[in-house]
Design a protein around this ligand. Structure first.
Ligand code: HDE
Length: 714
């Protein structure tokens, strides 16, 4: 790679090394103005007399206040709430038969990357635990330039054509008159839109399932959604869909927890990601590809260009090709996480788009939005957005140009500049667009091959476990219960009945309504005023696959409890002989053990050792933990029993189907709770072994307890 003539920038093979040129460390440095002037007082303004008015002359005051006044930029129009981390990608196996992209051909490379996770609807300061689609955007700094894989944690999208995106987003965002509700889909306008636009049903049922409320950003799958293309050295193309598979498995919280976490710690996901990386517990995802030869394009019962359809893994297996590890937190939230700009148009040779009409619209939107968000066509010069290879072109000037382009030619072709920057042939690595034969009329319409809205939501629902189905039905009932217009609720019930009649009946029972057997007016108004509405009505669901086990959260197996948060309920006089071995066993598995005591500071165990309290009971909540352990110790238990919140803590852990263990007198706390009559539960351990407790935590939840858990008055 050449360092020659890189405007203002030396090429870097290492993103961290490149970022280091921009880091500003104030340690041991004097405070200065932006012009480097050392300052001797930043507490008092310059006044005409000690009690007099402030002088216009005070440039120190003006610089400080002026910068402050302009410290905000517009938040992202969608995906405003997000958290990010640095990491790298490693390839397991070269795949030159599919793509010539360097990142997929060189197993010795460690490609630096920056990944941002987000919710969609809420503002920048909204709760992490909103029920929502989650963004999963990865920026790879490859040797051939930046590749952005800007995906979500669900494999399909709400709409089929980019033209509908502003409508979708306007319907889900807070209603424009009162700006209510924040970060929530449970409101009239969203369901008005969804019920009139049945193509949304598939993504919608995913959001209603537990996938909409992940336990951790580290426990979500990621999907590129659209069909893309891979091109090999000979220009032969394959269709491809991208999948990220978390090594920690896919795990979620329950809705009751989500609501309570939003109050107890609205930064729950952000904190979890940061803490895990900070503790050296680096989250990892494997990258998988579903590869389809060009000639198989029309082999499926759905259209590969339709982003509301997934390709079941049972029909096209996911080929695992590499792994992403996130191993470093950003230095600065604004400079990196807020200013990072993802563009689906950021591609490298060997990758290309398909004609998916949703993807095609995105190819315009992302560059456009950066201009209002970051304010200048030079946004790619912001350190986090810079490629690690050199940038040379004739795009000059503009707000905040950070480079000093040399020479007197800013055009191509030129002879005065020696023909530089010069073009690169495809053989030598110049970008190549796939040559595709296109025939047909220029037409503003929807392909009939897209008109199947029920088959895949039905497949998804059929593939869930009983507890996943029950949670999904509860979510529909909750959301539709927040809708104030019976005609919208009825339209939704009708559409749900087309997915699954039992599901619709359960939701209708919860709403105190009947499932209608028809619905007034065309429910498919997204197809245009002149479309043949009758012809474009969605047909009854098809069954081309009975079940797709890969769609259930239980599909990815894992037995780790690393980073799981274990609450130890204890007070002065707790049994050190119980606690020691349990703590050791949990920490050996890299779980995080936290003492929740009646007060802050320290508590002393029966062995006379002082233990630091991690949280006083009044500062924390059961929903912030994955499991509860109560060591013995008569004095300790007496103290816990005096505080009602400990009983609430245990009751809630039981309600949320978490593992609970006690030793010795710890059982007395259980006896004072709902758990007293359920000590035979498979994830309740009275004087049990740490090994069994650990196994139960690794299972995430004991949902066999679900029906009993509903009775807990917490
Ligand atoms: Fe986005 N989307 N989107 N989107 N999207 C944005 O770009 C848009 C879509 C996704 O962490 C915006 O820089 C249109 C699908 C993620 O910074 C904006 C359409 C998928 C992120 C935009 C879609 C996504 C965005 C707002 C329909 C999954 C956050 C700020 C044609 C495959 C990236 C920004 C980050 C962000 C437009 C549909 C994922 C406005 C027009 C489908 C993860 O450009």
């Amino acid at each position: 790679m050449s360092n020659k003539n890189t405007p203002g920038e030396v090429a870097a093979t290492n993103k961290d090394e490149q970022l280091d040129r921009y880091r500003n460390d104030p340690t041991g440095q004097p405070l200065t103005t932006n012009t480097g002037l050392k300052v001797n007082d930043t507490n008092n303004s310059l006044k005409a007399g000690i009690r007099g008015g402030t002088l216009l002359e005070d440039f120190l005051l003006r610089e400080k206040i002026n910068h402050f006044d302009h410290e905000r930029i517009p938040e992202r129009i969608v995906h405003a709430r997000g958290s990010a981390a640095h990491g790298y990608f490693e390839l397991y196996e070269a795949i030159p038969q599919f793509t010539k992209a360097g990142i997929f051909n060189d197993t010795s490379r460690k490609t630096p990357l920056f990944t941002r996770f987000s919710t969609v609807a809420g503002s920048k300061g909204s709760t992490d635990l909103a029920r929502d689609v989650h963004g999963f955007a990865v920026k790879f700094y490859t040797e051939e330039g930046i590749w952005d894989l800007v995906g979500n944690n669900m494999p399909i999208f709400f709409i089929q054509d980019a033209m509908k995106f502003p409508d979708l987003i306007h319907s889900v965002k807070p209603e424009p008159d009162r700006e209510i509700p924040q970060a929530a889909s449970a409101h009239d306008t969203f369901y008005d839109f969804v019920s009139l636009t049945p193509e949304t049903l598939h993504n919608h049922i995913w959001v209603m399932s537990d996938r909409g409320i992940p336990r951790s950003l580290r426990m979500m799958e990621g999907f590129g959604i659209h069909t893309f293309r891979m091109l090999n050295d000979e220009g032969v193309a394959h269709f491809v869909r991208f999948h990220w598979k978390p090594l920690l498995g896919v795990r979620s919280v329950t809705w009751d927890e989500a609501v309570k976490i939003s109050g107890a710690d609205s930064d729950f996901h952000r904190r979890d990601l940061w803490d895990a990386i900070d503790a050296g517990q680096f989250p990892e995802w494997e990258l998988g590809l579903q590869i389809i030869p060009e000639e198989d394009e029309h082999k499926f019962e759905f259209d590969l260009l339709d982003a509301t359809k997934l390709i079941p893994e049972e029909m096209v297996p996911v080929k695992i090709v590499g792994k992403m590890t996130l191993n470093r937190n950003p230095d600065n939230f604004f400079a990196e996480t807020e200013q990072v700009a993802f563009l689906p148009t950021n591609l490298v040779p060997g990758l290309d788009f398909s004609n998916d009409p949703l993807l095609q619209g995105r190819l315009f939107s992302y560059r456009d939005t950066q201009l209002s968000r970051l304010g200048s066509v030079n946004f790619e010069q912001i350190p986090i957005n810079r490629p690690t290879n050199g940038v040379h072109n004739n795009e000059r000037d503009g707000h905040m140009q950070m480079s000093i382009p040399k020479g007197n030619t800013a055009y191509f072709p030129n002879s005065l500049g020696g023909g530089c920057p010069y073009l690169t042939s495809i053989a030598e690595g110049g970008f190549e667009s796939f040559t595709e034969r296109v025939d047909g009329n220029k037409i503003r319409a929807r392909s009939e091959s897209f008109v199947d809205y029920y088959s895949q939501p039905a497949l998804f629902y059929r593939s869930l476990t009983d507890w996943e189905k029950a949670h999904t039905a509860d979510a529909y009932t909750f959301e539709l219960g927040k809708v104030n217009y019976p005609h919208i609720q009825k339209r939704m019930l009708y559409l749900i009945s087309q997915i699954d009649e039992d599901l619709a009946q359960t939701v209708a029972d919860g709403l105190g309504m009947e499932v209608p057997d028809r619905v007034e007016g065309p429910v498919n108004q997204a197809i245009g005023a002149d479309a043949d509405v009758e012809k474009m009505q969605p047909p009854k669901k098809k069954v081309y696959l009975d079940k797709s086990p890969a769609l259930s959260e239980t599909y990815i197996k894992t037995d780790t409890i690393a980073t799981r948060q274990i609450a130890v309920l204890a007070a002065d006089g707790f049994d050190g002989d119980d606690f020691g071995p349990m703590k050791e066993a949990l920490e050996r598995e890299n779980a995080v053990v936290k003492i929740v005591a009646p007060h802050g500071g320290t508590i002393t165990c029966t062995k006379g050792h002082e233990h630091k309290v991690d949280a006083a009971i009044m500062t924390t909540e059961s929903v912030l933990f994955d499991a509860v352990y109560v060591p013995g110790g008569k004095k300790s238990i007496e103290a816990l029993l005096k505080k009602a919140k400990y009983k609430k803590f245990v009751n809630e852990a039981f309600k949320h189907c978490k593992a609970i263990a006690t030793d010795g007198a710890g059982e007395q706390l259980l006896d004072a709770t709902f758990v007293a009559d359920h000590k035979d539960d498979a994830a309740v351990f009275v004087d049990g072994s740490p090994k069994d407790f650990i196994k139960a935590i690794a299972q995430h939840r004991n949902y066999d307890r679900m029906e009993v858990a509903k009775m807990v008055p917490a």
